[in-house]
Design a protein around this ligand. Sequence first.
Ligand code: KDO
Length: 336
Amino acid sequence: MNIRALTRRTLLACASASALLVATAPTAYAQNKTVLRISSPAVPDDWHAKMWTVFKDTLDKSAPGQFDVQINLNASLFKQGAEPAAMARGNLELASISAFDIAKLVPEFSIFTAGYVIRDPQHQQKVFNGPIGETLFKTVSDKMEVTVLGTAYLGTRQLTLREPRQVKTPDDLKGLKLRMPGSKEWLFLGNALGATATPLAFGEVYLGLKTGTIDAQDNPLTTVRAAKFYEVTQQVVLTQHLVDCLFIAMSNKSWNALNPTQKQAVQAAAQAAVKFNNDNRIKEEAQIMDFFKQQGLKVTTPDVAAFRKAVHEAYAKSDLAQTWPAGLLDRINNTH
Ligand code: KDO
């Protein structure tokens, strides 16, 4: 064999050996980590922003060197509500998405956008971690190309008002410009409460309240504190109209590219993030009223039964309720 042929053979052997190495090398030794980009409109101080650091730290420990988790808050990567489409296109790996985001593509999911359906955080976990969640998340995966990895309690939504007002029943909210996030399901909820719902992105709420382009907003009180909305509102009205949540979702493209061990690690990291968020938020919610009082806000309790009745009636005769599978509302109500 001449020297040229020998060199060619050696080169080929080296090339196939390194190809084999690349194909079989544990990801820990690979040059390229799997990049997991996360996008959220949350402010850094909110629990569902901090939970992503728990996700990252947990994953870095359980699968060292395999993932590069990149957390983007304040809607700096994708604007609020644009995350599901970005994940479906493969431009984003992870996000926390709401029932409202899902309802746009899976209409029956609007049952979870309705006020006064989920009773409390425990009820929420039971519904989504049981057979109801299992069936619905399968549909979500088929229609939205995302896999739900966990349900994080976002808190119980209340109203905060720019100017004090006597609020007992939905009639007392007549003419109030209530900011809601921008989708027809959100606006329906705001109007069902008796107010005039106005769409606005989360990032613009503080200024909207400050300048008076809106009169009120609705959010869990933990978020009202983290986003400093208490600085530009004078009253908290404890309507308790929505026990809200966010679903940790991963694009199917990224999820399906993981090996079984990695899937387990990512799932466990999502669970750790959910637990961190839920524990802290529930604890904070239980003691947060004092904070608002200290800040000089008036905290008032309306006739919640009157709000519940009006909201239930509005949904019962709505187009949204037409999409709810027969018996689902009863199954949710009967989940204990
Ligand atoms: C909001 O815009 O009021 C909302 O609370 C809606 C949620 O679905 C979620 O998008 C949340 O904002 C953001 O994560 C900011 O906290």
